[in-house]
Design a protein around this ligand. Structure first.
Ligand code: DOR
Ligand code: ZN
Length: 345
């Protein structure tokens, strides 16, 4: 098989930032993706309907001409989130999901939730109207080892929330462990998970062996190989609970290559080529479309995209090593393997 036509993919977890960075990275996503769930962790965060509407306008203004790309906006859940504002945003189709960052879990998460009892009423309203909650699933307890923070989050936070607010629809985002894949697989239809491109490719050795590799540092941090294998198994299984959320998270190289560098892998540019390579290696190319294009709209109760993309297999594709912005380069994720599939239409 040398060509592969897929319903146009969507990205169910994407960081676009703002200003010059937004303008520089947006074409990398709009080239291939129909829609994306846009993360609200700007500074200050996108926390109200009005802020989401303004951010959506800035994204639409930065979009390449002729692109039909649709940003799906999210609100950043804080202990002050206003139920009426949220419901109004959901009703007019402005808000597609709400994002929960435990306070301090990752980049720009200082306004996140510290006391979960304070958001219970918001979560109950979301359950009523079927609005999904996207969760960054890591505890922030300094006593918990960084490699255990996702598994501990399931027991201490996610499972209690789901019991406490029956019917709440949850996306556990960018899962990195066998524990999370098992938990999602065994749960009911109200729980799904996104998996990133980079977590299908790297394990923690890639970050640390032979010198530290800041461009492989992201949150949740990549785990042991057995966990990566569990993610590949989940993504290629055909189970509709698992779908693509790249978590493509651009940072200037000057911010990553620091004694305290920030977290994020920028994968918008080469994601589809990488995924085709990963799925082909598993003998699962026939399941790629489910992962990239069908399962996500299924969970979000949206129509499938009406057009397609075609990938063609040939000589290895040369992607740029970095995207230029006026403030400096953003390094493109290096999958460390030749990529033979390119998007041709
Ligand atoms: O690696 C990450 N980068 N993980 C996150 O959760 C946030 C993201 C970012 O915004 O840079
Ligand atoms: Zn993210």
């Amino acid at each position: 098989m040398n060509t592969l036509t897929l319903i146009r993919p969507d990205d169910w977890h994407l960081h676009l930032r703002d200003g010059a960075m937004l303008r520089a990275v947006l074409p990398e996503t709009t080239r291939h993706f129909g829609r994306a769930i846009i993360m609200p962790n700007l500074v200050p965060p996108v926390a109200t309907g009005a802020q989401a509407a303004e951010y959506r306008d800035r994204i639409m203004a930065a979009k390449p001409l002729n692109s039909k790309f649709q940003p799906l906006m999210t609100l950043y859940l804080t202990e002050e989130t206003d139920v009426r504002d949220l419901r109004a945003g959901a009703e007019i189709g402005l808000i597609s999901a709400v994002k929960l960052y435990p306070a301090g879990a990752t980049t720009n998460s200082a306004s996140g939730v510290a006391d979960f009892t304070k958001v219970k009423r918001v979560l109950e309203n979301m359950a009523q109207i079927g609005l999904p909650l996207c969760v960054h699933g890591e505890v922030t307890d300094p006593q918990v080892d960084i490699f255990d923070r996702e598994a501990v989050f399931i027991d201490r936070v996610l499972d209690p929330i789901r019991r406490d607010v029956p019917g709440l629809r949850v996306v556990m985002e960018h899962i990195t462990t066998r524990d999370a894949a098992d938990y999602v697989r065994e749960a009911d239809d109200n729980l799904a998970a996104t998996i990133t491109t980079h977590h299908l490719v790297i394990n923690r050795n890639h970050i640390l062996v032979g010198g530290i590799k800041p461009h492989y540092y992201c949150l949740p941090v990549a785990k042991r190989e057995e966990h990566r294998r569990a993610l590949v198994a989940a993504a290629t299984s055909g189970d509709a609970s698992f779908f693509l959320g790249t978590d493509s998270a651009p940072h200037l190289d000057s911010a990553k290559l620091q004694p305290c560098g920030c977290a994020g892998c920028f994968t918008a540019t080469n994601t589809l080529s990488i995924l085709a390579e990963v799925f082909e290696a598993e003998g699962a190319l026939d399941r790629l479309e489910g992962f990239t294009s069908r399962h996500g709209p299924g969970f979000y109760r949206l129509p499938l995209n009406s057009d397609t993309v075609t990938l063609t297999k040939g000589e290895p594709v040369a992607y740029p090593t970095a995207i230029d912005t006026p403030d400096g380069p953003v390094t493109v994720f290096d999958p460390g393997m030749p990529l033979h599939w390119r998007v041709t239409e």
